[in-house]
Design a protein around this ligand. Structure first.
Ligand code: DX5
Ligand code: ZN
Length: 226
């Protein structure tokens, strides 16, 4: 795998009674990005976890970088107030959903200068990628959802590679630091397909944590697929 591609492990489908072992195995396999999927039973039907478990993971391994993917409707008047509990030093990325934000919330998030984390916008499979083109100058990451948000273990939606292609074509040589992320249904084959068309950040959950193979084997398979 190309060296400029980052793999983040989603712990959404982990068995939390053995999360420590999974985190240790991930780190030993060379993964230092943990993707933390927050769900609110409102924007998505599922409920997951919040800042307490996030902070426990940070404390368990100070070398992990955390990537918070908030599949939530913001329920405070200010986005800033909602995000505060998630803004821990190890949290390097916070990604909100385009579809979940009001116009004012989106504006506040985009205009927020130097928040101390990289700002991402995620878009659902049925949202056209062109909807977010206008906001690229204010963002660090676009997270293309390659499954319907709300659950791990779903199959990769094949059309997602076309979205990556459209985004790459649109940015041309602008925004060289933009992270193009893909989340959902990532395995060695779909990872390869996404990287081939320009993705440089992949979230993998069940492929890493719910396989019969050891985590290290799965990580190696992801990294070795040229
Ligand atoms: C889906 C989440 C994903 C998901 C990834 O709503 O945002 O991060 O947990 O899991 P897999 O790799 O199993 O699709
Ligand atoms: Zn996610």
């Amino acid at each position: 795998m190309k060296t400029n591609v980052t793999i983040a492990a989603s712990v959404l489908t982990a068995n939390y009674l053995s999360l420590k072992d999974d985190l240790t195995n991930l780190q030993q396999a060379g993964i230092n990005w943990i993707h933390f999927d927050v769900m609110d039973h409102h924007f998505v039907p599922n409920l997951s976890f919040g800042p307490k478990i996030l902070s426990d993971i940070c404390q368990f391994n100070p070398n992990f970088n955390l990537d918070c993917h908030l599949m939530v409707k913001i329920t405070t008047p200010k986005v800033h107030d909602y995000l505060k509990p998630f803004m821990l030093p190890q949290v390097k990325n916070i990604t909100l959903h385009y579809e979940a934000l009001t116009k004012d919330q989106l504006t506040e998030f985009l205009m927020w200068k130097n928040p101390g984390f990289k700002k991402g916008l995620a878009i659902n499979p049925d949202t056209a990628i062109s909807k977010i083109f206008h906001y690229l100058p204010y963002l660090d990451t676009i997270l293309i959802m390659s499954v319907k948000p709300g659950a791990g273990g779903q199959a990769f939606i094949a059309d997602s590679t076309n979205k990556i292609k459209l985004l790459v074509a649109h940015i041309a040589n602008n925004f060289p630091n933009l992270t193009i992320g893909v989340d959902g249904g990532i395995n060695d084959l779909t990872a390869h397909a996404c990287i081939n068309v320009g993705a440089n950040y992949l979230v993998a959950g069940s492929y890493l944590l719910n396989s019969n193979n050891p985590i290290k084997t799965q990580v190696d398979k992801l990294f070795s697929h040229e």
